[in-house]
Design a protein around this ligand. Structure first.
Ligand code: NDP
Length: 435
């Protein structure tokens, strides 16, 4: 806390892990006297750099770029890039720290990292986004590589941005490698990667419900966000027979009491991905829906909640409201969307709760599969990737049960995910000595 006191999000993420992992360390002698958690919370490397670029009017702008290389004990650094005006070292360190545990949980050999910039892609032309991405990669390229650090997308970084970033990396280094994931299918991308985080979150929710002899079919589901994760979480819920009632963006949420079906979701995908519009436009097309400006969707009655937008978007009041209205299962598609107080409330009420580092790990897992396909120079079918994704999500669920099941039979998935993720990384660090 003394060293990172000015980084609230990072402290929040570390505290959540420490609460569950410290008792485990105390009970396991091999970790005694090794200061293992202290070593884990210090990034191996934190790079901050200037990104200067020129807008369409010829004006010069300066943004700050970052790459946090958190932990490489079990593989090359791996984690997304976020472009959003709120980006700072605290947010990226929390994301990088979570990523270490998440990547460990996937069973694939990937270390943890995260990066991005305070650049705001909203309202920028295509050419401006391209120039920014090229300027960003001009510096980032010297710190990454297919065996060193493999970035991907996150908030504000989708297929378009990954394309521009990859193009510049290839130009500078004169090599075609799997240095980024989330690439287009025709130039090294993996099938199912765009869908993977959202699909994986729903597969995880399904596994949790199965422990109660229940499933998603016929359930009402409230989703926040309308970006990559939210869109494909909604698609999978619809495919499995659930009813999606809400989606949102930073301006508010829409509530469609008749449910967002496949056609309506196609409208949202076109609105968000191609026209880059606002979610409120949904109500101009569908009269069954209402728009709630500046609000989050957690007051809508539902069986299942999937927060898929951003960190700290679901607080204690929201948690209480959800549970009062009958919600019995929460699976995080976003990273750390629930505050610590909200998570404690879910645990106290013993409802099903999955932390993002477990339930949204399908995205990075499929990125890991993209890296494998790039190394082998082959491309697996949709079915093959989806099967592997399902298998990985089911393995993560099993690990959470193994380390998170309590005496009364309730599974604390936060504890399970933290300890399972910790063990593999900590053991690798012990084996490699004090470095
Ligand atoms: P996108 O940029 O595609 O979508 C983000 C969505 O969240 C948009 O609807 C956006 O609204 C909304 N949002 C962003 N910031 C805020 C905010 N401060 N307040 C309210 N709403 C906000 O990002 P992704 O879907 O890729 O990422 C969503 C979450 O999932 C993030 O937490 C990310 O870290 C996490 N995640 C993503 C993975 C991936 O594979 N993409 C993998 C694992 C986790 P608006 O359009 O108005 O900005």
């Amino acid at each position: 806390k003394t060293r990172n006191g000015h980084e609230p999000e990072f402290i929040q993420a570390v505290q959540e892990v420490a609460e569950t992992v410290i008792p485990y360390i105390v009970n396991n002698e091999i970790y005694h006297g090794k200061n293992i958690l202290l070593r884990m919370v210090e990034p191996e490397r934190l790079i901050s750099f200037r990104v200067a670029w020129v807008d369409d009017k010829g004006e010069i702008h300066v943004n700050r770029g970052y790459r946090i290389q958190m932990n490489s004990a079990i593989g090359p650094y791996k984690g997304g890039l976020r472009f959003h005006p709120t980006v700072n070292a605290s947010i990226l360190k929390f994301l990088a720290f979570e990523q270490v545990f998440k990547n460990s949980l996937t069973t694939l050999p990937m270390g943890g990292g995260k990066g991005g910039s305070d650049f705001d892609p909203k309202g920028k032309s295509d050419d401006e986004v391209m120039r920014f991405c090229h300027a960003f990669m001009l510096e980032l390229n010297r710190h990454i590589g297919p065996n060193t650090d493999v970035p991907a997308g996150d908030i504000g970084v989708g297929a378009r941005e990954v394309g521009y970033l990859f193009g510049m990396y290839k130009k500078i280094r004169n090599e075609f490698t799997g240095v980024l994931t989330g690439k287009g299918l025709s130039w090294g991308g993996s099938r199912i990667r765009p869908e993977a985080t959202g699909y994986g979150t729903v597969y995880f929710a399904q596994s949790m419900l199965n422990t109660k002899n229940d499933d998603i079919k016929g359930k009402t589901v409230v989703i926040s966000g309308s970006g990559n994760v939210a869109q494909y979480a909604a698609e999978k819920v619809i495919q499995l027979g659930g009813k999606v009632l809400t989606m949102s963006d930073s301006s508010g949420y829409i509530h469609d009491k008749e449910g967002i079906d496949a056609d309506k979701l196609a409208f949202i995908m076109d609105l968000k991905n191609n026209r880059r519009g606002r979610i409120s436009e949904y109500t101009e097309k569908y009269s069954s829906a209402t728009f709630h400006k500046g609000k989050k969707p957690w007051s809508v009655k539902c069986d299942i909640a999937l927060p898929c937008a951003t960190q700290n978007e679901l607080n204690l009041e929201h948690a209480k409201e959800l549970m009062k209205n009958g919600c019995r299962c929460v699976a995080e598609g976003a990273n750390m969307p629930s505050t610590a107080e909200a998570i404690h409330a879910f645990h106290d009420a013993k409802i099903l709760f999955a932390p993002g580092k477990a339930s949204n790990a399908g995205g990075v897992a499929t990125s890991g599969l993209e890296m494998s396909q790039n190394s082998l120079r082959i491309s697996w079918t949709r079915e093959e990737v989806d099967e592997r994704l399902k298998g990985i999500m089911s393995d993560i669920h099993d690990s959470c049960i193994e380390y998170g099941k309590e005496d009364d039979g309730y599974c604390n998935y936060v504890k399970g995910a933290n300890i399972a993720g910790f063990v593999k990384v900590a053991d690798a660090m012990l084996a490699q000595g004090v470095i």
